[in-house]
Design a protein around this ligand. Structure first.
Ligand code: AMP
Ligand code: GLY
Length: 426
C-alpha cells in the first residue's frame, strides 16, 4: 500500500523509519518531511493546512492510508476531511482531538466520568480566577485552555506568580488560547508519558516513556517541547500500567463514545504518579516528540499493521510487543532555543554517529543546503540509542552525540538521570 505521512519533525522521522520496514508498504510519501525522512519517502510540497490539496495528492499518488503525526492538522479536522473523501486515516477526528485541543473539555470529561485528575475550576475572566487562586493558595497551576505550543502552563510556586500568570493569559499573552483558563491543584509525584493505541472501542497499551521538558541540566530553565526521553519509564510498573488502563484510558474511551466522539489514534496520557495512584495531567492526541523516537526503537511488531488496526477498528484481537532493551534519545537543539533559534549553521558527522551499533539519528529541524545539513528549527536532531539498561543506552547516545560536529547547537548532558540513579542504587 502507498502511505502518506504528515509532519516533518523527529517524531515523523522515527515513524517513517518504522513504517519503511513494513512488509505492507509499497511506497511512503511525506509532507513536508525533512532530509532524514527523504531517505525513506518521497517528499511532497503541498500545504498541509489545505485539506483539498492533501486529498488531491492522495488521489494522484494512489495513497490509501494517511498517518498524521502532529496535533495541529488533527485539531483542524484533517482526519474528518480525509475520511469524508474515502481515504483511510490514522488519527482522531476534530471532535475527538479536543482531548488535546481543549484542556477545559478534558477536565470536564474527567469530572463527569470520574477519571482521576487534579481538582480544578474553569474561568473566562481574570477577577474570578484570581479570587479562586487566592482562596486555594500556592503552589497552584494555571493553564490556557487552547493549544499554546507548550507554553500554556504555568506551575506557580507563589501566589504572586499565579496572579501574574492569570493576568498574562487574560491580557492576551498567549493569544486566543488564553481566552479561557483552567486553574488546578498542584499534584506531587513522578511524571510519566503513557501511550495507548485506540480504535474507538478498544485500547492497546503501548510503551511508557519519560520526557525532559526543561532546557537545562538538572531540570532547570524554561520549558521546551522536550529535550530528551527514555523508555520504559521505571515508575510505570506492570501494576501501574494496569491501573492506568483501568482507571484512565478505558474510561476515557467509554466517555468519548458516550459523547458521540469515539477516539481513534494514539492517546498520549501525561501522568502524575501520586501516592494515591496515577492521575491525568493532560492528554495529547498523537505520539510524543521525542517519546516517539524511543518507542519506535523498542517496537518489535510492524507499526503499519498496528496503525491500520486502529483505523480499521481491529485492535481487540491485536497485541504489540517490545524489546526488553531500554532506549534513550538526546535532543540536539540550535543555540537560542527555546527562544529564537539560530538558523543555517552547518552540522557535520551525522553519518559517523549513526554508524554506531544500536544508534539512530532522527532529523527534526534540518534542511539541506549545498550538499550540507544545516539547522532550520529549534529542535534539530534526536540522537537515539538502545542498551540493556538506561545507563548503557545513555552512554551510547552521548558517544554518538560526541561524534556530531555542530558548534551551532547544544544538548542536555543528563538525559535519563532519574533512571540512571535508580539503576546505580540497585
Ligand atoms: P502540560 O503542558 O500540561 O504537560 O504541563 C507542563 C508541565 O507542567 C507538566 O509536564 C508538569 O510538569 C507540570 N504540571 C501540569 N499540571 C500540573 C499539576 N496539576 N500539578 C503539578 N504539575 C503540573
Ligand atoms: N514531548 C512532549 C510532547 O510531545 O508533547
Amino acid at each position: 500500500m502507498n502511505v502518506l505521512l504528515i509532519g516533518g519533525g523527529g517524531r515523523e522521522h522515527a515513524l517513517a523509519w518504522a513504517l519503511s520496514a513494513s512488509p505492507l508498504l509499497t511506497a511512503l510519501h511525506c509532507a513536508p518531511g525533512n532530509p532524514g525522512i527523504a531517505e525513506f519517502a518521497t517528499l511532497a510540497g503541498f500545504d498541509v493546512a489545505d485539506h483539498q490539496a492533501v486529498i488531491a495528492y492522495c488521489r494522484q499518488n494512489q495513497i490509501t492510508f494517511v498517518v498524521v503525526g502532529p496535533e495541529a492538522p488533527l485539531v483542524a479536522g484533517l482526519a474528518d476531511d480525509l475520511s469524508a473523501a474515502g481515504i483511510k486515516v490514522f488519527g482522531p477526528s476534530k471532535a475527538a482531538a479536543q482531548l488535546e485541543g481543549s484542556k477545559g473539555f478534558t477536565k470536564d470529561l474527567c469530572r463527569e466520568f470520574n477519571i482521576p485528575t487534579a481538582a480544578y475550576e474553569r474561568f473566562t475572566e481574570a477577577g474570578a480566577a484570581k479570587d479562586y487562586v487566592r482562596r486555594m493558595g500556592a503552589p497552584i497551576v494555571i493553564k490556557a485552555d487552547g493549544l499554546a505550543a507548550g507554553k500554556g502552563v504555568v506551575v506557580a510556586m507563589t501566589l504572586d506568580e499565579a496572579l501574574s500568570a492569570v493576568d498574562m493569559m487574560f491580557d492576551g499573552g498567549l493569544g486566543a488560547a488564553g481566552a479561557s483558563v483552567v486553574v488546578e491543584e498542584f499534584m506531587i509525584g513522578e511524571e510519566a508519558s503513557f501511550f495507548a493505541l485506540c480504535d474507538g472501542d478498544h485500547a492497546l497499551a503501548l510503551a511508557t516513556a519519560q520526557d525532559h521538558k526543561r532546557v537545562g541540566d538538572g531540570d532547570t530553565g524554561p520549558n521546551t517541547g522536550g529535550m530528551g526521553a527514555y523508555s520504559p519509564a521505571p515508575v510505570m510498573t506492570e501494576a501501574m500500567v494496569a491501573r492506568t488502563m483501568a482507571e484512565i484510558i478505558r474510561p476515557t474511551l467509554e466517555a468519548m463514545k458516550a459523547k458521540g466522539h469515539p477516539f481513534k489514534g494514539v492517546l498520549f496520557a501525561g501522568l502524575m504518579i501520586t501516592a494515591e495512584g496515577p492521575k491525568l495531567i493532560e492528554y495529547n492526541c498523537r505520539f510524543g516528540d521525542p517519546e516517539c523516537q524511543v518507542l519506535m526503537m523498542r517496537l518489535k511488531d510492524d507499526l503499519l499493521t498496528l496503525l491500520l488496526g486502529s483505523a480499521d477498528r481491529q485492535l481487540a484481537t491485536m497485541s504489540a510487543r517490545w524489546y526488553d532493551d531500554a532506549a534513550l534519545t538526546v535532543v540536539m537543539a540550535a543555540n537560542g532555543y527555546p527562544g529564537t533559534p539560530e538558523k543555517g549553521t552547518v552540522i557535520r558527522g551525522i553519518d559517523r554517529a549513526r554508524a554506531l551499533d544500536g544508534v539512530e539519528v532522527f532529523h527534526a529541524g534540518t534542511a539541506e543546503k549545498d550538499g550540507a545539513i544545516v539547522a532550520s528549527g529549534g529542535r534539530v536532531l534526536a540522537v537515539t540509542a538502545t542498551g540493556a539498561t538506561v545507563t548503557e543506552a545513555q552512554r551510547k547516545a552521548y558517544a554518538a552525540v560526541d561524534l556530531i560536529d555542530w558548534p551551532g547547537g547544544f544538548c542536555r548532558r543528563d538525559i535519563g538521570w532519574q533512571a540512571v540513579a535508580r539503576e546505580q542504587a540497585r
